[in-house]
Ligand binder design. Structure first.
Ligand code: AOF
Ligand code: ZN
Length: 357
């Protein structure tokens, strides 16, 4: 299963809007006879890739799959049927498929086909890989991870940085980890104030393959986005601005620069966050990173649109005049669940879930 998870990692970035899945086929003597992972554009599910590789050698083998084999006819036929037809003897599964069209029926099909099934193997390791898919397939909304680099006194930027100058709080290792998070996401969301203050690029620079460009989203209620910003200058249909302002000359200027604009309803003068999520869901965005400033972070938490927090704590203090992670109203209730932390270089990455699906 650990090998199947490694394969599923390769699926990240190339499987969306389908889940990232890896599969390994092992014969009774312990020899690996087939392995594979799902790539959306290649159609075949992970099990089918592994079965095709194994050929006749699949008979009697054990299949290790990071997600319950599907039981339905989608773009491809049911993997449960294919495993039964190939006469594998046993299927070991990490997590169930949250897709309502599958959801236990894959396992039931395998049992009915005379195959011995084991579930929940390395379940926790497999779960995080498909947080986005799990929320999207059930609610048609993206899974939102609030990510920030933070000082020990809870600050995300020093008090006085010249406009447009980037100031990194965390180490290079943490920033590389954040790039891998962007690689695993379909979209990154920020606010126009962060664009004006930091002039970020918000691209996926992980160097890993991805099927769809990372959608860069800016919430800009009154259309203040500078045409001279790096974001606008690098726009290639991958920059989407949600605003709430009536048609203005600014719209034409930005559209000419290759920026996509969408007008949404405003609540208290700001673009409605639940509407933003709904629209992103309609665009098949499974997962989004929120990389924003104090106000948007607080608003997102207060409105309950954040599913997970990922905070990279750097061993430094920035002082009380520095920019806080949260502005007013950023209180989190109830406590986070499934907490974990790990050292990354000199930093500590803290993760926790706000909703427990
Ligand atoms: C598996 N193995 O590798 C994947 C699965 O339209 P389709 O045929 O591609 O089916 C998509 C659905 O199949 C997807 O929503 C999810 O439920 C499941 N994904 N299942 O057995 C895989 N990627
Ligand atoms: Zn399948």
């Amino acid at each position: 299963m650990a090998r199947a998870l490694e394969l599923a990692e390769r699926s990240v970035g190339v499987s969306s809007p389908n889940p990232a899945v890896g599969c390994v086929l092992v014969q009774r003597d312990g020899s690996l006879v087939g392995e594979g992972y799902h790539e959306y554009d290649k159609l075949d599910h992970a099990e089918i890739v592994a079965l095709k590789q194994a050929g006749e050698k699949a008979r009697g083998a054990t299949a290790y799959v990071t997600l319950e084999p599907c039981s339905h006819q989608g773009r491809t036929g049911p993997c449960a049927d294919a495993l039964i037809a190939a006469q594998v003897s046993r299927v070991v599964i990490a997590i169930g498929d949250p897709n309502p069209q599958v959801n236990g029926q894959g396992v039931a099909k395998l049992w009915a086909g005379g195959i011995f099934v084991t579930t929940d193997v390395l379940r926790d390791e497999a779960r995080a890989l498909n947080d986005g898919f799990a929320k999207y397939i059930q609610h048609r909304l993206p899974f939102v991870t609030l990510k920030a680099g933070v000082s020990l006194d809870g600050r995300i930027a020093p008090g006085h940085v010249p406009m447009g100058q980037t100031h990194y709080i965390t180490s290079e290792a943490s920033r590389a980890a954040a790039q891998r998070m962007r690689h695993a996401s379909d979209a990154v969301i920020t606010g126009v104030d962060t664009v004006i203050a930091d002039d970020p690029l918000l691209t996926d620079r992980s160097g890993l393959p991805r099927r769809r460009p990372l959608l860069r989203v800016v919430l800009d209620s009154s259309l203040r986005l500078p045409v001279s910003s790096k974001l606008v200058k690098s726009a290639q249909g991958d920059l989407l601005i949600f605003h709430a302002s009536p048609a203005s000359d600014r719209v034409w200027g930005l559209e000419d620069a290759g920026v996509r604009l969408e007008r949404l309803e405003a609540v208290d003068g700001h673009v409605s966050l639940p509407h933003v999520l709904k629209r992103l869901g309609e665009m098949q965005v499974l997962s989004a990173m929120l990389e924003a400033g104090s106000r948007l972070n607080s608003a997102a938490l207060a409105q309950g649109i954040v599913d997970k927090l990922c905070l990279f704590y750097a061993p430094r203090f920035l002082g009380s005049d520095a920019v806080p992670l949260l502005a007013d109203g950023g209180r989190i209730e109830p406590a986070m669940k499934r907490i974990s932390w790990k050292a990354i270089g000199d930093d500590v990455c803290f993760e926790g879930y706000l909703h427990n699906p």
